[in-house]
Ligand binder design. Structure first.
Ligand code: ADP
Ligand code: MG
Ligand code: MG
Length: 260
């Protein structure tokens, strides 16, 4: 089963409970948006899914491809096909974007007990795929020859992420629109990239995490869930995002409050 199924997830950050029994299913082949006010736990969810050590799971399960991925380390999750798009690599002196991407792919292809050289992607094949993906994503050739520590802009970092995603071909892509906010160019790049990849690989699941409705003008979700105070409090279709845009989060806050 290639749905991502989150059951009663509880997560602490520095001994404070942030996720308080979160339930969510991201279906394979669907684009699913999570929206929520600042501080509701959106990034905590993203970091927890990627296995960040600062986030302590105190309860619950996250099932993907018949495994509770909370029991797997970050590499193993990636090998199952889960991809966190906000993992911008730390600047490594002398490493080009192309070399970085090739190492990322080879890390994916590595198998325990086998010589890494035997599982590595052949260089010619890598170049061919890279050229193809760059063409679809309209990324200039010179870009991948630049060094990772060259001082990329926010939009360029997003481009690297999207290219990385295109090359790794995840079956479940998880994107967190960071609170720093994407500028309009970066937003366009990310959305076009996601839409292109989704178009080529319609069985891919996509979880888009965002505070703002505006991202969803570019990436059209099939499902929308609202996160508030560490729990999913409302689920619906794309019309829910529009309703939030119009009314803000307060109307849901009031509804949730009156049920308690
Ligand atoms: P969102 O992404 O929805 O804005 P976050 O997941 O970033 O929400 O944060 C949820 C809550 O957890 C906030 O109250 C925030 O202050 C707290 N929090 C998140 N990360 C940390 C951290 N590293 N240390 C302390 N508190 C944190
Ligand atoms: Mg619970
Ligand atoms: Mg956040």
């Amino acid at each position: 089963n290639s749905d991502l199924v989150i059951k009663d997830l509880h997560v602490n950050v520095e001994d404070k409970e942030i996720l308080k029994g979160l339930n969510l299913t991201v279906k394979a082949g669907a684009i699913h948006a999570i929206m929520g006010p600042n501080g509701s736990g959106k990034s905590t969810l993203a970091y927890t899914l990627m296995g960040h050590p600062g986030y302590t799971v105190t309860g619950g399960e996250v099932w993907y491809k018949d495994q509770n991925i909370l029991e797997l380390d970050a590499d193993e999750r990636a090998k199952l096909g889960a991809f966190l798009a906000f993992q911008y690599p730390v600047a490594i002196p002398g490493v080009t974007v192309a070399n970085f991407l090739r190492s990322a792919i080879n890390a994916h292809r590595a198998e325990e007990g086998k010589d890494p050289k035997s599982t590595a992607i052949p260089v010619a094949q890598f170049r061919k795929e890279l050229r193809e993906k760059m063409a679809t994503l309209e990324i200039d050739e010179s870009f991948v020859r630049r060094y990772l520590n060259e001082g990329f802009s926010g939009g360029e970092k997003k481009r690297i992420e999207i290219l990385q995603m295109a090359m790794l071909k995840p079956t479940m892509a998880i994107m967190d629109e960071t609170d720093s906010g994407l500028d309009i160019d970066a937003l366009r790049i990310v959305s076009q990239g996601v839409n292109t990849l989704y178009g080529q690989q319609p069985e891919m699941g996509v979880l888009v995490i965002t505070h703002y409705q505006r991202l969803l003008n570019y990436i059209k979700p099939h499902f929308v869930s609202v996160l508030m105070n560490g729990r999913v409090v409302r689920e619906g279709g794309p019309e829910l995002a529009l309703e939030l845009e119009e009314k803000g989060y307060d109307f849901i806050r009031e509804e949730v409050g009156s049920q308690q």
